[in-house]
Ligand binder design. Structure first.
Ligand code: AMP
Length: 451
């Protein structure tokens, strides 16, 4: 995989150290998201931060990367817990801790997730081996503090993630108690999807003249969106490949682009789709213009059915019309969503935009709806019965075409002779059943079908 110079430059210009930038290249991140552009330099500079950003905006990397970098700076307290992230749920504790581990690969920093409902002994053992960064739910962090299995006096960087959720879950007193146990010199960043007065009050109590960052979708102009049918499916990450198969079978796109967040995902998904019988091609920012042109030509001449691309790769592509745009991953910001789906529904034709969102990203769908001022239907995945019905429709349409053109070859005499023995309706039903079974078989061999 080639490393596009531009991406590294983007991340380096935010102040990130080369080893971290190299990790991001390996992960296939092509450019920083808006919240990363804003938050990374601020956190690196040592300032406190109050940031409004929802899940899916890339906020985890926005605090994890500068936190890792700051903890690698020489200073007192090595071998103590110097980074603390408070999160509302056990799932988030696991996710964030995995993300920090991923971004900090090769740095030697240890991350330990601490959440309720899991063995205390095991967490104590992990802590005793040394946890540079703890990612904890407030309740469990407090338990460890009280048992003195966790010390927070050496914490240099503190993050409150999804602070509004933590307040909704009644953690406000726990948060106050935990933050009291940290030193006054520590830096703090608070992330929240919403900024009600209760959050501002926490910020007043625990942050020191914080910089404000707002990734506020509502303020930006929507631009003109053409007629686009927008549908979202809520699917778990591991179910996405199967869900996409089913959706493509149902939708039968004439030409489609599937957007992923990272280059790595583009490569993996392209491979999976090709293995499933589609003709898919990857398009990412690491490719030369010449290669991109060649891919586009193959799409135009219908040698390729699906383009799998990152936002960066699709920028500046000269695509006149696509029947479908699929967001395999939600984009990092609503502007990108509009940009992505604006590639369908051109020239007065109706376009289709399909989005696969993870359960935790449900709220983001509403944000996109609000931003685009258009309805996004949240639908259930097509069932096997739906697919069968869709195929039957296609068979019937094809029967109608034959009827209209009266193109029966030399089959009519055969029907006449069968009609001596059987009811004409039964003969027609038998013939349609056979045709339908044949398209279903063909479907299993080659996808997508029915061009
Ligand atoms: P988050 O908002 O932190 O939950 O991140 C949402 C998703 O975006 C995660 O799957 C990240 O791996 C991914 N992501 C974060 N930053 C970037 C980036 N700069 N480029 C591509 N993907 C990213």
């Amino acid at each position: 995989m080639s490393v596009r110079a531009g991406s590294a430059v983007d991340f380096i210009s935010l102040g990130l150290a080369p080893p971290l930038v190299a990790t991001l290249s390996v992960l296939g991140y092509e450019e920083p998201t808006p919240v990363q552009r804003e938050a990374i330099p601020l956190i690196l500079s040592g300032r406190d931060l109050l940031a409004q950003a929802a899940t899916g905006t890339g906020k985890t990397a926005a605090f994890a990367l500068p936190m890792i970098q700051r903890l690698l700076e020489p200073g007192p307290g090595r071998r103590h817990t110097r980074g603390l992230v408070l999160v509302p749920t056990r799932e988030l504790a696991m996710q964030v801790s995995e993300a920090i581990h991923k971004y900090g690969r090769g740095t030697g920093l240890h991350v330990v997730p601490l959440y309720g409902g899991a063995s205390m002994e095991q967490q104590v053992r992990s802590l005793s081996r040394g946890a540079d960064i703890a990612v904890a739910t407030p309740g469990r962090a407090l338990d460890h503090l009280r048992r003195r299995t966790l010390a927070l006096d050496q914490v240099r960087v503190l993050v409150l993630d999804e602070a509004d959720e933590m307040l909704d879950m009644g953690f406000v007193d726990d948060i106050d108690a935990i933050l009291e146990a940290t030193s006054a010199e520590r830096q703090a960043a608070l992330f929240s999807a919403t900024m009600p007065a209760r959050i501002l009050s926490i910020a007043r109590r625990h942050l020191r003249s914080p910089a404000r960052v707002t990734i506020a979708p509502e303020k930006t102009a929507t631009g003109k969106l053409p007629r686009i049918r927008q549908t979202a499916y809520i699917v778990r990450r591991d179910q996405k490949p199967a869900a996409l198969d089913r959706i493509l079978d149902m939708e039968q796109p004439a030409s489609a682009i599937v957007f992923c967040r990272t280059r790595l995902e583009v490569d993996t998904l392209t491979e999976t789709l090709n293995a499933h019988g589609y003709r898919a091609e990857a398009l990412h920012g690491g490719m030369q213009q010449r290669q991109r042109d060649a891919v586009m030509n193959r799409l135009r001449s219908e040698k390729t059915d699906l383009l799998i691309a990152t936002d960066v790769a699709a920028r500046g592509l000269n695509i006149t019309h696509l029947s479908h745009v699929v967001n395999y991953d939600l984009p990092a910001d609503p502007e990108s969503y509009v940009h992505r789906i604006g590639r369908t529904g051109r020239a007065g034709r109706e376009g289709v935009a399909i989005t696969l969102a993870e359960p935790r990203e449900h709220r983001l769908i509403r944000t996109l709806e609000h931003f685009t001022k258009q309805k996004i239907d949240v639908a259930a995945l097509p069932t096997v019965a739906d697919l069968r019905a869709r195929r039957l429709e296609a068979t019937i349409a094809s029967v109608r075409t034959h009827l209209a053109s009266r193109d029966f070859g030399d089959v009519r005499p055969v029907v006449e002779s069968l009609a001596q023995e059987f009811d004409v309706l039964d003969i027609a039903a038998a013939a349609i059943t056979m045709a339908h079974a044949a398209t279903a078989r063909q479907d299993e061999r080659v996808k997508p079908k029915g061009r």
